[in-house]
Design a protein around this ligand. Structure first.
Ligand code: SF4
Length: 93
């Protein structure tokens, strides 16, 4: 039987969805697995949670987060991997 919010308890459903996501991260972006484990364990800072969200949003591609073209997103100003002030396309100024 498929686990859904109607067929499982809330905690079972959450655990199931997170296990699925961790499996996906392990396959698609193994270097991010510990980040997601910390987020799910509740030991990650809000900043790291934003990082995980942004990475997931763009298919686990750090450069895509840096170049995110959605300035209306509420997380846009907080997204990780932004160039620091004075840094140019070719590297530091
Ligand atoms: S800032 Fe960009 S990458 Fe981050 S969640 Fe928003 S749209 Fe996605």
């Amino acid at each position: 039987m498929k686990l859904t919010p109607q067929t499982a308890s809330p905690s079972e459903f959450i655990a199931h969805k997170r296990a699925e996501r961790l499996q996906q991260v392990a396959t698609d972006a193994p270097s991010k697995l510990n980040l997601f484990k910390r987020v799910y364990a509740g030991t990650a800072s809000p900043r790291l949670c934003v990082k995980a969200f942004c990475i997931e949003c763009v298919g686990y591609n750090e450069a895509a987060v840096r170049e995110c073209t959605a300035p209306a997103c509420p997380l846009w100003n907080l997204r990780p991997f932004q160039k620091s002030a004075g840094e140019t396309e070719g590297g530091a100024a």
